[in-house]
Design a protein around this ligand. Structure first.
Ligand SMILES: Cc1ncc(COP(=O)(O)O)c(C=O)c1O
Length: 410
């Protein structure tokens, strides 16, 4: 970090939010990092940009040091700028991260994923989660030569899944969304597809673990109809277990997509699956210029080393449990109502009955030194140690007490 970046006199002068909103359409390229999404519309003085991140801490462009519970939307589980990952990335950059041939790391990381992910007989790499799930769906359609897809979850911004301004209806018309953990809805959506069901795509954890019966019924329907079962393990991979929800549950999909914590913040998604299904990737066109660049692959190799040497996922469950309990104590001690802590330990949420209170809390918590995610997951990392968790509880306490007092004052 240069002195220039840390000079508080200078950085406080800069209004990064205004500058961003003038030049970056919407203010930020990631939807969840837009100011209104972070804090709500009415709040002017909150930090919008950071200049440095390390462990679970970020230093903001307006001169604050915050403990981050967002952890790059779950993309970072070992901590920001983790030493082994950074060293691997620097070495990969120094050795030339791309060339006219594939690098050996592409093969090595694929082999290592196959060792730790139950369904991973074959592997392909891309960059983003949205791309990865779109590729999995294309492989399923190529394998089955069918069109219809039933899905439950968030799968990114691409046209097969999203509709709305800028998309054409035809791209989305073969997709049916079903509610989480609802066997009847899944069965009737499958019945409606007739003999044209290509895939069932599931994000296996949405704010809670699903019932085994629902996952088994998805597996059963896919098997009966010759369709492909896809798990989107973007959030669950390298977090619930190294091998994701499929390792946790013992139920194996045909294809799965990993990303986020896989490369601890570097852009990598892996589409992995059974050989008999993945082979269809040879018929479908799935390719990207930088898919095999080595910076992200080297980061993934360092993450795999971590998972080999340490109980990373146990650590994430333990840290998340401490975070949830600390925040729950803060809620109870403050006497405030209408707030609860939900989710599972490695990815948990604060739920407010009242939207304005949710927004005000996020502001008060930042003033007390902690960045919580407003309306979505907070993620545990290995960098959230006991003293950080203590600070999270204190900050949550201060924010809940201040909020309760404001409510009492009307
Ligand atoms: C379950 C799931 N799938 C897909 C995506 C899309 O990934 P990306 O934002 O890397 O395109 C996300 C992103 O949050 C996700 O949570």
């Amino acid at each position: 970090m240069s002195e220039r970046e840390l000079d508080p006199e200078e950085i406080v002068e800069e209004d990064w939010r205004t500058r961003a909103e003038k030049i970056v359409v919407g203010g930020a390229s990631t939807g969840s990092k837009r100011f209104a999404t972070l804090y709500g519309e009415a709040h002017e003085e909150m930090p919008s940009h950071y200049v440095r991140a390390s462990g679970c801490r970020i230093w903001t462009a307006d001169g604050r040091e915050l403990i981050d519970c967002i952890m790059a939307l779950g993309a970072v589980a070992l901590g920001y700028a983790e030493g082994a990952v950074t060293a691997a990335v620097v070495q990969a950059a120094e050795r030339g991260n791309v060339a006219g041939l594939s690098h050996v790391l592409e093969v090595e990381v694929a082999e290592r994923l196959s060792d730790v992910i139950p369904c991973a007989e074959r592997v392909r790499f891309l960059k983003s989660g949205a791309e990865g799930v779109a590729a999995a769906v294309r492989i399923a359609r190529a394998h089955t030569r069918r069109a219809k897809v039933i899905g439950c979850g968030y799968f990114g911004w691409l046209d097969w899944y999203t509709d709305g301004p800028g998309t054409v209806k035809s791209a989305h018309e073969d997709y049916t969304a079903v509610p989480f953990d609802d066997i009847t809805a899944l069965e009737s959506a499958a019945a409606e597809t007739g003999d044209d069901l290509a895939a069932i795509v599931i994000e296996p954890v949405i704010e809670r673990l699903p019932s085994t019966a629902w996952i088994e019924s998805a597996r059963g329907i896919a098997d009966e109809r010759g369709a492909v079962l896809i798990f989107d393990e973007m959030k669950t991979g390298f977090r619930l277990r190294t091998g994701g929800f499929q390792e946790y549950s013992g139920i194996t999909p045909d294809i799965a997509v990993f990303g986020k914590a896989l490369a601890n913040g570097y852009p990598l998604s892996a589409i992995v699956g059974r050989e008999a299904v993945m082979r269809a990737a040879n018929d479908a066109w799935i390719s990207s210029t930088l898919a095999g660049e080595t910076i992200a692959l080297a980061a993934a190799a360092a993450v795999l080393d971590w998972h080999e040497k340490a109980e990373v996922c146990e650590g994430l469950w333990a840290a998340g449990e401490e975070m949830m309990q600390g925040v729950q104590r803060a809620i109870s001690a403050s006497g405030i109502g209408g707030v609860s802590v939900r989710g599972i330990a490695p990815m948990w949420l604060l739920d407010f009955d009242d939207d304005d209170q949710r927004t005000r809390f996020s502001e008060l918590a930042v003033d007390a030194g902690v960045l919580f995610k407003r309306g979505a997951y907070n993620y545990a990392s290995l960098a959230h140690d006991e003293s950080d968790v203590g600070e999270i509880e204190s900050a949550a306490s201060a924010a809940f007490v201040a909020l309760r007092e404001e409510l009492a004052d009307g």
